[in-house]
Design a protein around this ligand. Structure first.
Ligand SMILES: Nc1ncnc2c1ncn2[C@@H]1O[C@H](COP(=O)(O)OP(=O)(O)OP(=O)(O)O)[C@@H](O)[C@H]1O
Ligand SMILES: O=C(O)C1=C[C@@H](O)[C@@H](O)[C@H](O)C1
Ligand SMILES: [Mg+2]
Length: 171
């Protein structure tokens, strides 16, 4: 098993980075942290507000700042935002400083898992399925570029994915 004291979870919206990350941190006896929550607590506002007021680029600037810092934290499972791989600076920080796990989900499954939620600004206009498909076309190769391990999550509960991950990482 690789020395897992810094685990970074990447993948699209609805992959389960936040949900699975908490279970995985418990299993590995590490702290759990999340770039999206850190951005919200530092800004004192939620993500839809940041997108409204500062635009996506404003959000990406904030994201880059927290990624630069949080990828240097130790003993942590770090869940990231779905768009974290867009900036090369973030890909370098994630790929170079820890063990990167790509949580993969099909677009159909991403649609099902994000349907009821209003907290993802990119899915609040237009057709969410089409948006998620376009985002995956651009981002899937970027997730894979930095991933040390890829796990498929369709058809498995978050708890089961975390258990499978622990098993797969220890073989
Ligand atoms: N393996 C799974 N099976 C079923 N539902 C899941 C699974 N993983 C996550 N979910 C559900 O999908 C929703 C989105 O999960 P979560 O917020 O963890 O995704 P995320 O990858 O952190 O997305 P974001 O990039 O938007 O932060 C939640 O309601 C969660 O309970
Ligand atoms: O996929 C994305 O670009 C995003 C995913 C979320 O985690 C948040 O970081 C935000 O809603 C943007
Ligand atoms: Mg999340």
């Amino acid at each position: 098993m690789p020395a897992l004291h810094r685990v970074f979870l990447v993948g699209p919206m609805g992959a389960g980075k936040t949900t699975i990350g908490k279970y995985l941190a418990d299993h590995l006896k590490l702290q759990f942290a999340d770039t999206d929550s850190e951005i919200e607590s530092r800004t004192g506002a939620d993500i839809p507000w940041i997108f409204d007021v500062e635009g996506e680029e404003g959000f990406r600037d904030r994201e880059q700042q927290v990624v630069e810092e949080m990828t240097q934290w130790d003993n942590v499972v770090l869940a990231t935002g779905g768009g974290v791989v867009l900036r090369p600076e973030n890909r370098r920080a994630l790929g170079g400083r820890g063990y990167v796990i790509y949580l993969y989900a099909t677009v159909d499954e991403q649609v099902r898992r994000t349907r009821r939620d209003r907290k993802r600004p990119l899915l609040q206009t237009g057709d969410p399925e089409e948006t998620l498909r376009k985002l995956m076309a651009i981002r899937d190769p970027l997730y894979r570029e930095i991933a040390d391990h890829v796990i498929e999550t369709d058809g498995c509960s978050p708890r089961t994915v975390a258990q499978r991950l622990v098993r797969e990482l220890s073989t």
